[in-house]
Design a protein around this ligand. Structure first.
Ligand SMILES: Cc1cc2nc3c(=O)[nH]c(=O)nc-3n(C[C@H](O)[C@H](O)[C@H](O)COP(=O)(O)O)c2cc1C
Length: 336
């Protein structure tokens, strides 16, 4: 079975990618993911705020004259902060690249086109096979226009593209007036990959304790439908590689994304739920599904259930609903 594939020009042994998560926060975690058989690993994200903090510390250090004032050393982040700071990130990245034989992709998470994005060069120098930009932007100010939000994505991408030569992917959210046009604009601005989609932490209100609470919840399989729909619409219409992210629990979820047109399929929740070894279940299960269906290579599977290229205009909008209706009509619930 030919599982090997290409993602943004990187050669992968299979299309399953471990998306950014705490599983890749240690060298041991990275090794476990590689040993379980993933095709590539996206390291957890380095946050814009962490970089700002380090820049502020460096500035204070410079102001204080680090060489002449030994007490200035106290401005350095303490051990706990250092463990999750930019220096620790680059160190882990270097060690991860040396330790595993699959591509390691570094991840930057932020919302402004500021100087922090130049940090992508340090990631490239540390051996990152590519950079993934997680643009985690929820415009809380109701005066922010949709065009401004979109432009921010383009500006961040442009800054990073100007700084590095490795491929750059943008991980974006699904909340745009026209997600398709946003994808096309990012594609035109030089994105090598589009990761669909980011999953936003949504705080909740607990009426019992009269407080806002926020906790990370793992995804469910049904959440894959939205990214799968967009991937089926964008397949063949963008030059950028398409990475599916959200709702992969079983091998058939991986197959579904490939059929829709994904170049690679990412997973986090399932690996957190069942452990990194679940990656082998997904890869072996994909292989078994392909054999059962008579496919011999991932290339043969990819995009065969995407929206046809000659579909245009309103037909595009109807396409996913028409097939959904068709499926519902032939289901056990009968016509309606
Ligand atoms: C605990 C946890 C931590 C995560 N940390 C990151 C992160 O650092 N950077 C990032 O881009 N995505 C992060 N994600 C999002 C995942 O990479 C992924 O996009 C999302 O969980 C949807 O995929 P899934 O349904 O397979 O979980 C995190 C998700 C979880 C559950």
């Amino acid at each position: 079975m030919q599982l090997s594939t290409d993602y943004m020009g990187l050669a992968l042994r299979n299309p399953l990618v471990a998306s950014a998560s705490p599983l890749s926060k240690t060298l041991d975690g990275v090794r476990r993911l590689a040993d379980a058989g993933v095709g590539a690993i996206v390291l957890y994200s380095l946050f814009e705020e962490q970089l700002r903090r380090e820049a502020a510390l460096d500035a204070r250090l410079a102001d204080a004259g680090a060489e002449s004032f030994p007490e200035a050393l106290s401005y350095f982040p303490d051990a706990a902060e250092e463990e999750s700071g930019p220096r620790a990130y680059v160190s882990l990245l270097e060690r991860a690249v040396a330790a595993v034989d699959v591509p390691v992709i570094a991840s930057l998470k932020g919302v402004t086109p500021g100087g922090w994005v130049d940090y992508s060069r340090a990631m490239q120098d540390a051996g990152a096979a590519a950079i993934e930009l997680n643009i985690y932007y929820l415009p809380g100010d109701p005066h922010t226009s949709g065009r401004d939000v979109e432009q921010r994505h383009i500006d961040i991408l442009s800054r990073v593209k100007a700084a590095v030569s490795v491929p750059v992917a943008v991980k974006l959210g699904p909340h745009f007036s026209s997600t398709g046009e946003m994808a096309l604009r990012l594609d035109e601005a030089g994105a090598d990959g589009l990761v669909l989609f980011n999953r936003f932490l949504q705080p909740d209100i607990d009426p019992e304790i009269l407080a806002v609470v926020s906790k990370v919840e793992l995804s469910s399989r049904a959440e894959a439908r939205l990214p799968r729909t967009w991937i089926s619409l964008l397949h063949g219409r963008v030059r950028a590689a398409l990475a599916a992210s959200t709702g992969v629990e079983e091998p058939t979820d991986v197959a579904g994304y490939l059929l829709a047109g994904a170049d690679v399929v990412m997973t986090t929740s399932a690996l957190l739920r069942h452990g990194p070894a679940h990656a082998a279940v997904l890869v072996n299960g994909l292989s078994a599904w392909m054999a059962r269906k008579g496919f011999t290579s991932v290339h043969d599977v990819r995009g065969i259930l995407s929206v046809a290229h000659d579909t245009d205009g309103e037909a595009h909008e109807r396409a996913s609903y028409v097939s959904a209706l068709r499926d519902a009509n032939s289901s056990a619930y009968g016509p309606w």
